[in-house]
Design a protein around this ligand. Structure first.
Ligand code: PLP
Length: 401
């Protein structure tokens, strides 16, 4: 990856996000290749980064979409991801979303509670439709990741326990409006160990066999997402080993494997580029203040997440500092107690691992326009989202004055 951040800053101003689309292709192909022994569907989790050009790029590779709102479903359809590759997940779908998902005839809805299954059944009945259902099972596994991104423990709000899942499958079997087609789990994000995934998948595989015994035949085995990426010095799950483990658990079963990676496909393709405004020292504490802020990239403030940071100058006098934004919150930082060289006004700072859960979590806090997004493909850059203007920010309020 060889991106001239300075050239892009001169052309598009700062702060900005830049994504290397060829890297996304490489990640996608690596995963697709690992599952090549089987029918498989890679359904990209849009919430990681739902920029239309980025998902269009994935659509061209053959990707499906894992969506957590009807808005994400519409984004996926807009860029040409076919309905039969779209999955709708989430613990709190509203009636209108369910109705639209049924009308759009997507591949399946991942159901997360008995109450939701009942809502879906009654909506399907009223529309005279049969809806393809997948049940999200919570296998009660500790994924050994940050508690905010752990989702597979009973104490988390996601999915249903095994016994509830069985009841729900039987309800589907006995219903004229529900067709059970999938089984699903997603135990957490930024996973760096295979063991918790192996445990979860083995629990699901035995449930699948139990269901087969009572003549409930499932066609899609959805292993969720969660594969970790490099933020620091993580050792990652090997995709070959990951795929082999899944294939082994499913040996002898005729089933399509569905995988829903978000972070893995796009996390390391992205950089957030911001520039130094000032340096200041309070007592002995050094602060480097940049033009980007927590509203642009929330993960350090939200999860205390670590992102590698680089100050792009050749200065040799390195010292400890906090890298902070201009927002009126002490949580507005990108990194604390890191070593950076001395800096001048307009020096660029690159924040790594900024392709996933960064732009999508951005807001207009402090009346700050959302930043520009740029794609690099085959060495060429192009704008894929223009920087917001003040007028954009007030457009929905102005008319009420
Ligand atoms: C968020 C999410 C994913 C993607 O998670 P990553 O850790 O980014 O791979 C996949 N499936 C579901 C249901 C999710 O909620």
């Amino acid at each position: 990856m060889n991106i001239d951040f300075q050239e892009l800053a001169d052309k598009y101003q700062t702060p900005y996000y830049v994504y290397d689309f060829d890297y996304i292709t490489k990640q996608f192909n690596e995963l697709k290749e690992a599952f090549k022994a089987r029918k498989s569907l890679i359904a990209y989790a849009l919430k990681a980064n739902s920029n239309l050009s980025l998902i269009k790029h994935l659509a061209k590779q053959g990707s499906g979409a894992d969506c957590v709102s009807i808005g994400e479903v519409k984004r996926a359809l807009k860029v040409g991801i076919p309905a039969y590759k779209i999955i709708f997940s989430g613990v709190g779908k509203i009636d209108l979303e369910i109705k639209q998902a049924l009308e759009l005839n997507i591949l399946m809805i991942n159901v997360e509670s008995e109450a939701e299954l009942e809502r879906i059944e009654s909506i399907a009945k009223s529309l005279n439709k049969i809806v393809r259902i997948s049940i999200r099972v919570n296998p009660n596994i500790d994924p050994k990741t940050h508690p905010y991104i752990s989702t597979g423990l009973h104490e988390n709000k996601f999915g249903v326990d095994i016994n509830t899942a069985k009841r729900m499958y039987i309800k589907c079997k006995n219903s004229k409006s529900l067709e059970p087609v999938g089984i699903h789990c997603h135990i957490g994000s930024q996973l760096t160990k295979l063991e918790p995934l192996t445990e979860a998948i083995s629990i699901l595989a035995s449930l699948l066999k139990n269901l087969k015994a009572i003549k409930i035949d499932i066609s899609f085995f959805d292993v969720g997402g969660g594969l970790g990426i490099i933020y620091d010095n993580e050792t990652l799950i090997d995709t070959q080993e990951y795929a082999q483990m899944i294939l082994k658990e499913l040996f002898g079963l005729d089933i399509t494997i569905v995988c829903e990676p978000g972070r893995f496909l796009v996390g390391n393709c992205g950089f957030f580029i911001t520039k130094v405004l000032y340096e200041k020292t309070n007592e002995s504490k050094r602060f480097v203040i940049v033009d980007g802020a927590m509203n642009d990239l929330l993960r350090p403030a939200l999860y205390n997440a670590h992102h590698k940071v680089e100050l792009l100058n050749d200065n040799k006098d390195i010292s400890d500092c906090n890298l902070v934004g201009p927002i009126c919150e002490s949580g507005d930082f990108f990194a604390k107690d890191i070593k950076l060289p001395s800096s001048q006004h307009n020096d660029l700072v690159a924040i790594y691992g900024a392709g996933a859960y960064c732009f999508t979590m951005s807001s207009n806090y402090n009346t700050r326009p959302r930043v520009a997004e740029i794609a690099i493909e085959a060495g060429k850059d192009r704008l894929i989202r223009q920087r917001e203007t003040f007028e954009d920010l007030i457009a929905l309020e102005e008319k009420f004055l």
